[in-house]
Design a binder for this molecule. Structure first.
Ligand SMILES: [Zn+2]
Length: 117
């Protein structure tokens, strides 16, 4: 995502959006906590259940962090499918645009869900 990764000198943080109905207040708290820990917010993530992993007009309208990455994972049949990432380019709200960027998965930690097959 825009050349940023866990291997950079500064720790980075990817914010998961949409976890609560009051995401804006939560984001401010997350930003404050990240600064306290010397970390930067480098991107935002959300999913598109049963829709392609491409940004929508709503996604662009709600993207305000120029220079950050906005990652979208499509979910098909309840399972994560394809992840795309878009860099928010531009100088301000009037010129902002989402530009697709390459995604490189360096490792996938095993997550125990407790589900049985
Ligand atoms: Zn979206």
């Amino acid at each position: 995502m825009n050349g940023k990764s866990a291997s950079d000198d500064r720790p980075c943080l990817l914010v998961l959006m949409g976890a609560t109905a009051d995401g804006a207040k939560e984001l401010i708290a997350i930003q404050r906590e990240a600064r306290r820990r010397g970390e930067d917010i480098v991107g935002f993530y959300h999913s598109h259940p049963d829709h392609p992993p491409m940004w929508s007009q709503t996604d662009l309208a709600e993207a305000h962090w120029i220079g950050c990455s906005y990652s979208i994972t499509s979910v098909a049949g309840g399972k994560a499918d394809v992840t795309n990432s878009f860099f928010l380019a531009g100088d301000d709200e009037s010129s902002k645009r989402l530009v697709q960027e390459p995604v490189e998965v360096l490792s996938v930690p095993r997550v125990e869900t407790g589900a049985t097959a």
